[in-house]
Design a protein around this ligand. Sequence first.
Ligand code: SF4
Length: 364
Amino acid sequence: MSWPASAYLLAPLSPWFDRVRRVLPWRAADLDRPHPDPYAVLVSELMLQQTQVATVVPYFDRWMARFPTARALAEADEDSVHKAWEGLGYYRRARFLRASAAAVAERGWPADLEGLGALPGLGTYTAAAVGAIAFQWPTPALDGNAFRVLARLLALEGDPKAQANALRAWLAPALEAHGPSRITQAIMELGATVCAPTPSCGACPLAAPCGARRAGRTGEIPPTAARAKPKAASLWLVAFQAQDQVLLVAPAAKGLLAGLWRWPALEADALPSRPPGSDALLAWPGWTQVYTHRREAVSPLLVPLPAPFPPAPGHRWVPLGDLADLPLGKRDQRLRDLLARPGQPPLEAPAVEALVRACAAPSA
Ligand code: SF4
């Protein structure tokens, strides 16, 4: 590896960051001291995984008002934690955050990177980012943005993640020289605002030494990985309503959707046939719900019933009045919102029977 010294190459970042940095609710005013509230850094880093800054800001503010300390979060019940996270997606992060807060409330903050990395959900990047920003440890944090910036700056060939260890070793002296929190956040800011996938090199403090810019190869460094096409699915999302109760699927203990309540969702081809009468879906148009690996054509249905039926395992009747307080994923929030609108024309009896059969206990 014959890269120029990082402390020299990245020196322009510090004054640039002083000029342009955004005021963010988790960002300390003084970047050259340990952060006054490491818990706020932990919350922000978990929220920022996979989510844009603009989306995170209002969630962070509400979260800190509701759970202002690690202890307050550790003592909160799981439904209220998921409720506060509702809409941010990737709900595992909320559970990890609560579990990390419990560990910190019980044993205090870890004293080194290894201890931070052992907290639930932190991983190599987040542990290093919290170490640098909260505690001023010279622990280089490389996320997608940082890899892109460094790959271009150093004109790296191939996937920069393959050189992660070498890049961390290279970066550490710059953190020591210019301040871990300052340089870590400056790289994040540069990757988010200037060295974006389509870079604005004219506004970049690293334009002069940037290898990719000088070679005219910013469009090909780093190479973009081909994404798998999302799997297509088509489903009925059903709100059974009986005597001021609605039928929901109770949260799973594990997996991507753990902690979230859901409406019964019936894959269109799981029903013996399209429910007769379902063409009368006039009031509620469907929509397409896009996830990273899945693309769902969702048809929402309201099925009013005179009385509840014995639910299939995992399903539960809950009072309509409790619905607003239960954590739901984005797709299911949308049907909850529709319930407040004028109803659709009633479904025909055979359609209702087919739907009930799919969600009732076997003996019902
Ligand atoms: S000069 Fe352009 S490609 Fe190079 S680091 Fe700056 S924004 Fe990125």
